[in-house]
Design a protein around this ligand. Sequence first.
Ligand code: C5J
Length: 228
Amino acid sequence: MVQIPAQPYDFVFDPDKAALLIIDMQRDFVEPGGFGAMLGNDVGQLRGAIAPLVGLLAAARQAGLFVMHTREGHKPDLSDLHESKRVRGKGTMTIGDSGPMGRILIVGEPGHDIIPELYPIAGEPVIDKPGKGAFYDTELADIVAQRGLTQLIVCGVTTEVCVHTTVREANDRGIDCLVLADCTASYFPEFHETALRMIVAQGGIFGWVTDSASVISALTAPAEPAAG
Ligand code: C5J
């Protein structure tokens, strides 16, 4: 157990029961020409999270922390896409249409994949999710149960949408979430700040917030000597 300085109070980190969960760091959200950009967003707002995440991911792998990644997207036949989600936004392009990085948010298309900087390695599950939350219609709950996980270090994009939804889902399943301010991002900086404040409000109603440096310190801290 290692105490990680966090808001609203220290997080008691148990690496044996914890995993790093990286949400939707996909080309469609983070690179020009993808779904996020087509919705009129400035993807540059998300790219600041990449460098801290690269450092965190390297430290997690080095420490042997279990790592999982998610990707938001849909089957090529769109059978897992609710019509309500398909038409939302009323843009000229929508999920399943062809764009510069292939069909938007479709599994197997270039835009749907995780950015090269954070690409998963063998042993790191990639959870394909059709919703905003990583527990909805995925195998994540089974993985969590099989591995006895009780803590998730949550990173990725966007803070107020898929990160928040996943943190809320995890919270309702009895899992403690530590969200990293510098490893999450929003197209709207004010939403990022407010989303983080919402997590820690009321004594940590959904979880805790800290930064990647604090987690890297904990991951590299020497093990405490055994009692006695
Ligand atoms: C959105 C996400 N914003 N990963 N997805 O549609 O937050």
